[in-house]
Write a protein that binds this ligand. Structure first.
Ligand code: COA
Length: 146
């Protein structure tokens, strides 16, 4: 079964909303994703027969801030995140991006391991960056120089 990538601007906002509500269930984020919201970003969703996940970023000249990256729970740890991330990084590099930035919760050691493998480095620390149902969480600011 082949994998399909879809431009984030053409991805169903409902699919993105559903997955983000599942995956970031503990976080307090009332904003609903719309087609108009997605039109500002660069990124992709990935599916096989079913929706697997997505990534999108705010790109300004040669910098990209990753806003969201998530793989549906039952498909994790099977390499889909890596496939999507490699496609995303190479596409944005071709568009001129040289630096990628993202925030990751200091508690999210799984994602930190993922980003480490790609060469992201910690360049900052943001106190109380995430608001969750169980309180605020600090975040690291990571950067990838390509
Ligand atoms: C982070 C995320 C997108 C990774 O997607 P994935 O498809 O599971 O990633 P992969 O299968 O390609 O994993 C690649 C490598 O990353 C590391 N990694 C990924 N998940 C990990 C985990 N749960 N524990 C430890 N290492 C992990 C491993 O080194 C893994 O390689 P390995 O399986 O050969 O050991 C996924 O875990 C996810 O959606 N998490 C919830 C949302 C999230 O935290 N997003 C990031 C917000 S900043």
């Amino acid at each position: 079964m082949s994998l399909t990538f879809t431009d984030i601007k053409k991805t169903s906002p409902e699919k993105i909303n559903t997955l983000e509500n599942e995956g970031f269930a503990n976080s307090i984020n009332s904003s609903k994703i719309t087609k108009r919201f997605l039109s500002k970003f660069e990124g992709f969703s990935i599916k096989q027969r079913f929706y697997i996940g997505h990534i999108y970023a705010n790109m300004v000249v040669d910098q990209a801030d990753i806003v969201s990256f998530i793989i549906k729970e039952k498909y994790r740890r099977k390499g889909f995140g890596t496939i999507l991330f490699v496609k995303f990084i190479s596409t944005l590099k071709n568009k001129g991006v040289k630096e990628f930035f993202l925030e990751v919760s200091e508690k999210n050691t799984d994602a930190q391991k993922f980003y480490n493998r790609f060469g992201f480095k910690k360049i900052g620390y943001r106190k109380n960056y995430y608001k969750t149902n169980s309180g605020k969480q600090n975040a690291y600011l990571l950067k990838l120089q390509t």
